[in-house]
Design a protein around this ligand. Structure first.
Ligand code: PHE
Length: 356
């Protein structure tokens, strides 16, 4: 009488054991306990059992139902545990492995020099100003006392851009950072102390000239600034920037249309070894002077009340001198080996060449 029940139990145990995953397991469960399952069918047939045996048969079916439900549930737990273990094994990580080294970026020597310049002049009370690379003829030349047929224009190998109108002067790629002097004076009342660092352009290309290079410009305007302030400011800057406390600095009379008087500035070096400091030779490093009265007036500043000084120098040039970089061209080659050699780590200097 209960043979068929024992058989169902044995059959269920066998198919459960054979179910390798939760999908197969669910098929077994539905096949036994589902609406059309084998056990459900037996329960449905209970009404057809002779009355004398029905109670016993019913009790046996219910026990079997509990037993099968427990077996099915147990198998599910087993399969879930196995699936979880498999997933853990597949996603296994070793937290004791050292991390892969990250490729660290390096700061280009030009950027580093400009940061150092901003820091040194910042400590002297200069703010940083900026201007556009594309300038009007007036900002780049006219306002700086270089009118249309002035011979100084010939020195500037200028890149001209298409003019807005046939009779308008063509805009230019700025040939120096001095137009930012003009913009600053037009936009802020004196006293003024600003430095400008940025790209400049001249149609010139060889080992020491690039059509694009960077300049540092300085401008200080106040009621009673003198040549003495100019000299003190530049001597302090040069000694601080090159890290040589007694660096010889020489001021030599020169000419710029936008300064009067004008001076070129030389530093002491050894021409033979390239070493800065002593050595008895002089190396020209920057241009400077007292801002020309006409330039002040062009920018709406009364030269009877205000005066000041300005200076300009090549960022690449002082960078090459400071770090002993022999050639200008690789500055713009984006050669990662060059950058690894001359670049600076933004992070810990100790990490510099590790794993990059
Ligand atoms: N603008 C000049 C140049 O490019 C440098 C300079 C700036 C000279 C300011 C004097 C004053 O050569």
């Amino acid at each position: 009488m209960t043979d068929d029940l024992d058989q169902l139990r044995a059959e269920t145990e066998r198919t459960l054991a054979a179910a390798a995953d939760l999908r197969a397991w669910d098929a077994v469960r539905v096949g036994v306990l589902g609406r059309n399952g084998t056990l459900t069918a037996l329960l449905k047939q209970l009404g057809a059992v002779p009355a004398g045996q029905r109670r016993e048969r019913g009790a046996a079916l219910n026990r079997l139902k509990d037993t099968l439900a427990a077996l099915i549930e147990a198998r599910r737990a087993e399969l879930e545990d196995a699936a979880f273990a498999a997933r853990l094994a597949a996603e296994r990580i070793d937290p004791t492995l050292p991390p892969r080294p990250l490729p660290a970026g390096l700061i280009h020597p030009v950027s580093r020099t400009m940061e150092e310049m901003a820091a040194i002049f910042g400590a002297m009370g200069f703010a940083v100003a900026e201007g556009p690379d594309v300038e009007s003829d007036w900002h780049n030349f006219g306002a700086l006392n270089i009118p249309a047929h002035h011979p100084a224009r010939a020195d500037h190998d200028t890149f001209y851009l298409p003019p807005a109108a046939a009779d308008a002067p063509p805009p230019v790629l700025r040939t120096h950072t001095s137009p930012v002097q003009v913009r600053t004076m037009l936009h802020q009342p004196p006293p003024i102390r600003v430095v400008v660092m940025g790209r400049t352009y001249r149609a010139d290309h060889d080992a020491t000239h690039s059509p694009m290079f960077h300049q540092l410009e300085g401008l200080a305007i106040d009621r009673d600034l003198t040549l003495g302030h100019l000299k003190g400011c530049l001597i302090d800057f040069l000694r601080s920037f090159f890290g040589i406390a007694n660096l010889p600095v020489r001021f030599r009379s020169s000419y710029f249309p936008f300064t009067e008087p004008s001076m070129e500035v030389d530093i002491g070096w050894n021409r033979r070894t390239g070493e800065l400091g002593g050595g008895g030779d002089w190396l020209e490093i920057l241009g400077s002077g007292m801002v020309h009265a006409k330039v002040l007036a062009n920018c709406g500043i009364d030269p009877a009340v205000w005066q000041g000084f300005a200076f300009g120098m090549g960022v690449e040039r002082v960078t090459m001198l400071k770090h002993g970089i022999p050639d200008l061209r690789p500055f713009y080659d984006s050669d990662i080996r060059w950058l690894h050699h001359y670049g600076t780590s933004p992070l810990l200097p100790a990490l510099l060449h590790e794993g990059v």
